[in-house]
Structures are given as C-alpha cells and as structure tokens.
Write a new protein. Structure first.
Lengths: 222, 391
C-alpha cells in the first residue's frame, strides 16, 4: 500500500521534469553531434592555397567497397606558375551518397589528406539518384566540416602553398638534425634547432618561379 | 408525449451525443499528453499547435479506414457488438446531471438505472470476442466476463452506501444533499471502493486484464478496424467519463460542494463548469494511475475483489446502517470509514492469510520430486529450443 503511494509520487515527480524529447527537424533543440561522428565523406579545401587537396589520384575510387565514387584528374595550371605544389588537381568528382556505406576506407587510403568523414548526415531525398554529390557540394561539405572541427592536414607534404610547405619542411629537418635520440630530446635542443632554422630557410625554401624546387617535386611525384 | 417533448428529447440526445463526442476527443488528447509527460516525452506535437488537432486527424483517419471483416467471423454478432458496447455507455448519460437542472431526464431511480445499464457493456465485449473468431478476442471477452463478477458487487454496494445516506436513488437529490458536507468526508472508504470497482469496470490499468496488449493483444477488439473500432474506443472513453462523473456526483459533491457563489445569473453555466472541472480532475487521476501501475493478473483481481473490496463494502454498509439507525452525528461515520480505509490498506499491505511462497512457482528438479526423468531418446538431440514447435 505504501509502495503504491510511493509509485504515484514517483510518476508525479517525473511528470514535473522537462521532457527529454528533441523534435528532430526542429533546429532549436538538436542532439549534439560528437566530434568523432562519421557522416558522409567530404572533400577538403586547402585554405592556404585556395584549391582542393584532392589530386584525383583515384586511390579512394579503387578502394571503395561499394564503388560509389568517380574521379577525373587534370593538370594543375597553378603548378606550372609555381603557385601550387600540386602537379595534378581534381577536375570532376562524384560520390553517390545513396550508395556510400560510411565505412571510411577512402579516408584511410588517401595520401593527400583530401577526404574526411564529415558531420553531414541529413541527406534524405525524394528521388532515387538525387544523392549524387558532385565536386562543389562535396567541397562545401568539407568546408563546413573544417570550420566545425578546426582540422589541419596531417602530413607536411600536403600543404599546397609552396612557401609555407618549404618553411615547415625546413623546420622539421632542422629539428631532426638537431635532435639526437628521441628519448633525450629536451626543449632546449628543440629551441636551438628552431633558432637555426631561419638560416636554413633561404637555401631550401626560396621559391624560384618557373623551376620547381626539391620540395614540390617530392609531393607531385606520387 | 407531445410533439414538443419528442423534439426536446431528440435535440437533447443529439446535444448530449455531440458533447460526449467532443469530450472523447479531448480525453484522447489529454491522455496522450499526460502519459507522455509521465514518461518525460512530449506526446503529440505535430498536428496543429502543440498537437491540439491530433484527435481530429485521428477521427478522420479512423473513419476513412477500411472496415475489415474476418472471413470466419460470426457476422451479425461481429457487427452488432460495437453497438452493444456503445449504447449502454451512451444511455447512462440520459440521467447523469451535468449541472443544476442540466439533465436530459432526471429519474427517481437514476442510480439503479445506471448500475443496471452499465453492466450491459460486458455483453458487447463477449459478443465482440465471440464474433471475431479469434483466440485472443475470445480470451479477452471471457476475461471481461470473468472480471465482471469480482467488481460488480462492491460497485453496487458502494453506490448503496451513498443511497442510504441520502435515502434516495435520485442523483440530483444526492448532489443537493451534499451541499454542506460531501460524501467523501463521510465515507472515504466508500469512495475508495467505488473508485477501484469503477476502474475494474472500465478495464483501465491496473485492471485492464481484458485488453492486456502484452497477453491478448488488445482483447475483444483485435479484429476491429476503422469506424467500428472508433465506436468501441469512444464507448471506452464515454464510460470512463461516466465513472469519473459518478465519482464526482456521488462522493465529491457534484457542483454543490464546496459551495461556490452560484446564485443569480449564469448559475447553470457555472455549475456545469465546476462539475466538469472536478470530473476532469478525477479523469486525470485515472490517467495518473494508468501511468504508474502495472497490470494485475486475473487471480489477483479476483483476490482483491473478493477478499478486500466485497467485505469492505459490506462493512461500509453495515457501519452506515448503524450510524443512521441510532441517528449519530455524521462525524462518527467519518471515523469508522477512515478506520475501514486503514484496514483495507493494511490488508493490501500485509496480505494476511496468504503464504507468499505458495504464490510463487518453485522450480524443482525431477529427481527431487521423485519423478522419473523423461526419456531423452524420443527427442531429437539436434535443433534449437524452438525446433519442432508448431503454431
């Protein structure tokens, strides 16, 4: 009997609480998306050089288990003028997001940090093939994702701006040269390596328009 | 009967029907919202502002839906059952006063009429169960009939206690008698017995044994769809509103108690509002109970009905009779009835005379029980626990 009354009190107390329901399409109350959330794949934009990271190397297309991607590569005119480190650049790209199974294999195999699993997941469409996303929509998705997460490329060689890349590579080289075994590296050693690097920069990093320097050749070679 | 009277009854009946139909729509909405809040949900939110148009959408959907007739169904019984369920639910309202002088036809034997008519709904449930030619429906219908025995006696006895206090079966007179002091104060145990028996009569949680979605998948209504199902559903809600109204009229003083400044203009309308507010309050308690308790087994309901409610209701009548016979002050009855209520609570709490261990199923191995183990050779060794089962 006492338990029954207590039960009534419990339900009454629950009723006084705020409902937990988030009404899905309502923008005001959405469940938060986790940082690690894997939505549809998106192509990333190299803000340092105003072009996509993607060079159209077709690795993702070949590895995709559902064969939902196609890519076309073209020569990068900005490479010829020395503005870019990318010899080739993506021209056409298409992902059939209706076929994509969000496995993330394309992200794993990409050598150019060009594709990432974005936070985009609301792609409901009324037609069967309306989920084919071209280059520009994919880049837009990527830009949104970059602004959401503050992403930066993992590999130095994938930096598109020749100056910047050369500087960073020189930094890394100097750090490596100055550093003896990894265990013994102290902050002072690193600092001295950093201090040396400006000297090293003019040799390795000066962009010589017209003639590609060693650094660019390394990236475009793949 | 003059033509004017005929017109009055026809229009009054239609008005009553409209009132009840609107009430049912409101009740479905309120119930869904209320239950949702108990479960920390929002309930219907899409149709109209805060989902207020949801009942209208539901009604349209139910009317548009196809009426399905099972091929093995007993046709006349199947089609008649919703009417047999619905008509008694509606007929009760003829004599239920909604406010001061707001009653279609006040009967001197109104309570007897209500008690007699309301039982007829069970016949409809059994008919629906039989006519559907469905095992779940059949079981549900039989459960409804079986349930009837255990709640009907305390229901009538609790009503009788109130009738003894007012020396009348006329509902308006019973309400008017409560203008100074409501029956709930005089007979709290009576209210408890009546409310519990009423819940059982409605088949609402915790006594929704004949619906029992998890056991008989909706009971007698499994096979019904569309408008016929809507009628049955409407009857359920009309019945619930009627029980809530009866609780208000018999125990909570109707529109009379606590007395409001009703004199003068708008008296009728105000009494209607006051009555409806109370009735909706009781309805909310019914929803609250539904959101809280699990379902009883049928034997638990039987035990509760026969071992608790029936003796308590007889005790209630005897005590009322003693107090009335000796002409004691009503407060004596209040004390006695409160003690009865405490006794009921104690009986439910302790369950004296029941060995709890007898209730539970004990698993005993065949060897301990002195039985010969069943032959293994007859059973196929391969195959999962579900293999070899049919149906």
């Amino acid at each position: 009997m006492i338990g029954s009354l207590r039960g009534l009190a419990v339900t009454l107390a629950t009723m006084m609480r705020r409902p937990v329901t988030a009404q899905y399409p309502d923008p005001k109350r959405r469940l938060p998306i986790d940082e690690r959330f894997m939505g549809f794949p998106a192509l990333l934009w190299d803000y340092s050089n105003d072009e996509p990271y993607c060079t159209g190397c077709m690795v993702c297309v070949r590895e995709c288990p559902t064969q939902c991607m196609t890519a076309d590569m073209s020569d990068n005119a900005r490479f010829e003028s020395g503005e870019s480190t990318r010899k080739k650049i993506i021209e056409k790209f298409e992902i059939n997001l209706g076929r994509c199974i969000l496995c993330g294999i394309c992200v794993d195999v990409c050598n150019f940090d060009a594709i990432e699993m974005s936070h985009e997941h609301e792609m409901g469409k009324f037609e069967r093939n309306a989920n084919r996303a071209g280059l520009n929509p994919l880049l837009d998705m990527g830009k949104t994702w970059q602004s959401q997460t503050g992403w930066s490329p993992a590999k130095t060689k994938n930096i598109g701006d020749p100056d910047k890349r050369a500087r960073q590579q020189a930094d890394e080289k100097a750090a490596k040269a100055g550093a003896v075994p990894v265990e013994v590296v102290s902050t002072e050693v690193l600092k001295s390596a950093r201090a040396k690097s400006p000297d090293a920069q003019p040799e390795a990093g000066t962009p010589d328009p017209g003639t590609p320097n060693a650094g660019t050749g390394e990236a475009a070679g793949s | 009967m003059t033509a004017l009277e005929v017109l009055y009854y026809v229009l009054g009946g239609l008005g009553l029907f409209t009132f009840l139909a609107v009430t049912v729509m409101v009740l479905t909405y309120v119930e869904r919202k209320f239950l949702a809040r108990i479960q920390q949900r929002l309930g219907p939110m899409r149709v109209g502002p805060y989902g207020t148009l949801q009942p209208i959408a539901d009604t349209i959907k139910l009317i548009m839906k196809e009426d399905i007739l099972p091929s093995w169904a007993d046709r006349p019984v199947y089609w008649l059952a919703p009417l047999v369920i619905f008509l008694p639910a509606l007929a009760i309202w003829v004599t239920l006063p909604l406010g001061e002088d707001l009653v279609l036809r006040n009967l001197d034997l109104g309570l007897l009429y209500i008690v007699a008519i309301s039982v007829l709904s069970v016949l409809g449930l059994v008919m629906a169960g039989w006519g559907s030619a469905n095992k779940y429906a059949m079981l549900g219908g039989l459960r409804a009939a079986g349930q009837l025995i255990s709640y009907e006696i305390p229901f009538i006895m609790a009503v009788l206690g109130v009738a003894m206090l007012s020396q009348s079966l006329d509902l308006t007179r019973i309400v008017n008698d409560q203008s100074s002091i409501a029956n709930v104060i005089i007979q709290p145990a009576g209210l408890f017995i009546f409310f519990m028996a009423g819940l059982a009569e409605l088949g609402r949680t915790p006594f929704d044994i004949h619906h029992a979605e998890s056991e008989v998948v909706g009971g007698p209504f499994v096979e019904y769809s569309g408008a016929h199902w809507a009628i049955i559903q409407m009857a359920e809600y009309v019945n619930m509103f009627a029980i809530a109204a009866l609780v208000v009229l018999l125990f909570l003083g109707g529109w009379r108690w606590p007395s409001m400044p009703f004199e003068g203009t708008g008296h009728q309308a105000l009494s209607l509002v006051w009555f409806l507010a109370k009735t909706y309050g009781v309805v909310l308690v019914i929803f609250w109970i539904r959101g809280t308790y699990p379902r009883l087994r049928i034997d638990q309901l039987m035990a509760f009905g026969w071992k608790v409610l029936v003796p308590a209701s007889f005790l209630n009548i005897v005590l009322t009779g003693i107090v009335l016979f000796y002409g004691w002050h009503w407060s004596v009855l209040t004390v006695m009835s409160s003690l009865t209520l405490v006794a009921i609570g104690y009986v439910i709490y302790r369950r004296p005379g029941t060995d709890v261990r007898q209730d539970t199923v004990r698993v005993v191995s065949a060897r301990d029980a002195g039985l010969k183990p069943a032959s293994r050779a007859a059973k196929p060794l391969s195959g999962g626990p579900l293999s070899g089962r049919t149906g």
